[in-house]
Ligand binder design. Structure first.
Ligand code: AMP
Ligand code: GLY
Length: 426
């Protein structure tokens, strides 16, 4: 099969690495890709927002499957536009991508189909949102409705902070994404990420993970896209996975079908688990980044077979098998991240072959005059497997320490929560 992978981050490098291992693969292209992906795919400089150009490329290269990595092209209907020309796509339609593209859409779906989630209100009027915030009291969570590159959520500890977040949304801090605001109940518990591959009807459980959203050790400092992750997530016991399927995922699949927008692609549920019960925090309609990196390291099966089956509506015949080992990834970011970062600092020591059980995925790199340089905030994902999360962590940090990059930094405590559990007596 000829495959076109859309995207350029660490998530897409992990997908490219796993796709490249498939015996079914004839040729892999990536648009736009990155220097790490270039080891596994031919990178092509297509403009991902130009859907007609992508369709023309697919026709020209006889592409059998397009795999869409990031959410933005899904929310603007790339999958629909490609399918309209007869191209097979892994990824949801524009209508189904509202599960990530509109927080209010997902909250209404939960209300209608009885899916456990935080109590909420949806507002297009600032005064009404402020009234609701005052009535709820703090802590309370304020969210811009639309895509805000992970920055549209304020977990407010005080009413004043929540009111300021409401005003920021309506004053345009997140552009059109903030024209509508969701205010919701603060949930306590432990967060986990749960993934399913979906084909419109069937949802196939596809692994669990936990990420570290804060930039600093001890989970302190500003929120980021994720500074590291590990899989599996110990909090996601078989019982909680079963409950999540029954109470959250299956009603979502059924509800989306009933509403005429069956979901296919990756359904990524952000969960809060408390007292053995999962509640939905939010949906994403793509793999997590960096969660995908740890999932791909653990997946035993052929990812291409699975993604094609999802695109063809054939998942009910499939299963996914995982290595018993844990996997852990450490994000190396450019100094300054998640604020303003300096681009162009030289990275050495990445091109040598990594030790056994380690992969270094590229997230924000470029080649400049023959040198590998940083070209984004999150730059490398040093990913390792191990018999335990602690063993995977030790391997990952040993590999981090072989990388010579004075312009970068990473957290030193990725996995701490799972490792504490592993090391707890009894
Ligand atoms: P989101 O972008 O929706 O994933 O939100 C970012 C982060 O905010 C989540 O990963 C949670 O840590 C936190 N968060 C979002 N909604 C809630 C909620 N209702 N209660 C507690 N924390 C939340
Ligand atoms: N790491 C969280 C996300 O991909 O949304």
């Amino acid at each position: 099969m000829n495959v076109l992978l859309i995207g350029s981050g660490g998530r897409e490098h992990a997908l490219a690495w796993k796709l490249a291992a498939s015996p079914l693969l004839t040729k892999l292209y990536a648009a736009p890709g990155n220097p790490g992906i270039a080891a596994d795919a031919e990178c092509v400089a297509l403009d991902v927002s130009d859907h007609a150009a992508i369709a023309a490329f697919c026709a020209d290269k006889a592409i059998d499957l397009v795999v869409v990595g990031p959410e933005a092209p899904l929310v603007t209907g790339l999958a629909d536009d490609l399918r309209a020309t007869g191209i097979r796509v892994f990824g949801p339609s524009k209508a189904a991508a509202q599960l990530e593209g509109s927080k209010g859409f997902t909250k209404d779906l939960c209300a209608r189909f009885g899916i456990p989630t935080a109590a909420y209100g949806r507002f297009t009027d600032a005064e009404a949102a402020r009234r609701y915030v005052r009535a709820q009291g703090a802590p309370v969570v304020v969210k811009a409705d639309g895509l805000a590159a992970g920055k549209g959520v304020t977990v407010a500890v005080t009413v004043d902070e929540a009111l300021a977040a409401v005003d920021a949304c309506f004053d345009g801090a997140f552009g059109s994404a903030g024209a509508e605001v969701v205010v919701e109940e603060f949930l306590e518990g432990e967060e986990a990420s749960f993934f399913c591959l979906c084909d419109g009807q069937t949802a196939l459980p596809f692994g669990t993970a936990q990420d570290h959203k804060r930039v600093g050790d001890g989970d302190t400092g500003p929120n980021t896209g994720g500074m590291g992750a590990y899989s599996p997530a110990p909090v996601m016991t078989p019982e909680i996975v079963a409950r999540t399927m029954r109470e959250i995922i299956e009603p979502t699949m059924k509800g989306m079908s009933e509403m005429g927008m069956p979901f296919s692609g990756v359904l990524f549920a952000g969960l809060m688990v408390a007292d053995g019960a999962p509640k939905l925090i939010e949906y994403n309609v793509r793999f997590g980044d960096p969660e995908c990196q740890v999932l791909m390291m653990r997946l035993k099966d052929d990812i291409l077979v699975l993604l094609k089956a999802a695109a063809d509506g054939q998942l009910s015949h499939m299963s996914a098998r995982w290595r018993a080992e844990a996997a852990l990834t450490v994000v190396m970011a450019a100094r300054g991240y998640p604020g303003k970062v300096e681009r162009g600092s030289v990275i050495r020591g990445v091109d040598q072959a990594p030790p056994d059980g380690v992969e270094v995925f590229h997230a924000g790199t470029a080649r400049q005059d023959g040198e590998l340089v940083a070209s984004g905030g999150r730059v490398l994902n040093v990913t390792a497997t191990g018999a335990t999360v602690a063993a995977a962590r030790d391997r990952a940090y040993a590999a981090v320490d072989r990388i010579d990059w004075p312009g970068g930094f990473c957290r030193r405590d990725i996995g701490w929560r799972a490792i504490e559990r592993e090391q707890a007596p009894g």
